[in-house]
Design a protein around this ligand. Sequence first.
Ligand SMILES: [Zn+2]
Length: 58
Amino acid sequence: MHTCLNCDRTEEQIPLLNLNFKGGEQHICPQCLPLLIHKPQVLAEKLPGMEVTPPAEH
Ligand SMILES: [Zn+2]
C-alpha cells in the first residue's frame, strides 16, 4: 500500500502521484504536491538527499 510521504494518506483514500527520486519511488497526494513545489524544505526530512536550495532567479 502506497502512502503520501507527507500526510500518510493511502492510495485507498486519495489518488497518489508517483515521484521518482534517486532511483526509488515515493508517492505524494495532490494536496501535498504544492508543498513539494513551494516549500520543499518542509519535505526535505522525508526525502533524504533532496536539494532544497531554491533555483537561482533569472
Ligand atoms: Zn498528502
